[in-house]
Design a protein around this ligand. Structure first.
Ligand SMILES: [Zn+2]
Length: 226
């Protein structure tokens, strides 16, 4: 924890608004560093980021497991009931000849959220044991990529629209997975909000600077490692 704070002392940051390159001062937890020229926020030091992200990611993993194993929807017509899970819906679409839609739903509503959670779990667990290995950087890039493809909320919207359309034809029974997926949407957002990518990147830079060569002229590195 103390190491990363010192690492930021030497970190240069470009303002996202006016592009001014500037050196970040030590920022207390919960405080925001502002651009010296345009006052745009440069970095918000999120308090206890690693522990909060880990807790939310673990909760997200549990919710993901529940959401993909229990029924999402049930239909009751003429006394007969049928339930399906998220994966069951994907299989039904595949058999119905809509393979492209089935693959898209499978990736954006099942695989991408799982990758999002797994990536962040691996990153946070690796960062908790400094020095952070180099592959954490690859995972961080992967996390940003899969986060854009994680679209559970879009699937839920589609399901709700479909429910309204078939409500006149059959009795719709909302399954547990529907509520769990709704909770997972908020949990994934909270997980992303709790995670501090700047803190994570700074810790990886520490790992790369870890073996201090004899001719090293970065005086602050050995000092901060103590
Ligand atoms: Zn600026």
């Amino acid at each position: 924890m103390i190491r990363s704070a010192s690492a930021f002392d030497t970190g240069l940051r470009a303002c996202p608004d006016c592009d001014l390159l500037q050196r970040l001062p030590p920022v207390p937890a919960g405080a925001v560093a502002l651009c010296a020229r345009c006052q745009a926020p440069l970095w918000r030091h999120k308090p206890d980021s690693l522990n909060r992200t880990l807790a939310l990611a673990l909760a997200g993993a549990i919710l993901w497991l529940i959401a993909n194993t229990v029924p999402m929807l049930g239909l009751s017509v003429a006394g007969r009931e049928a339930f399906t899970t998220v994966f069951g819906g994907v299989l039904a679409m595949w058999r119905d000849g809509r393979q492209e839609v089935a693959m898209l739903v499978l990736f954006t509503a099942v695989i991408a959220p799982a990758l999002e959670i797994v990536c962040l779990l691996a990153v946070v667990l690796a960062l908790r044991r400094p020095p952070a290995p180099h592959w954490v950087g690859m995972l961080l890039r992967g996390y940003e990529l899969v986060r854009e493809w994680s679209m559970i909320e879009i699937m839920l919207l589609g399901v709700l629209v479909a429910l309204i359309k078939i409500a006149e034809l059959a009795t719709v029974i909302p399954g547990l997975a529907l509520f769990v997926l709704g909770a997972l949407v908020f949990l994934l957002a909270a997980m992303a909000a709790a995670f501090d990518p700047h803190d994570a990147w700074a810790r990886i830079e520490w790992a790369e600077d870890q073996p201090p060569p004899a001719e090293s002229n970065t005086a602050c590195v050995p000092e901060a490692r103590r």
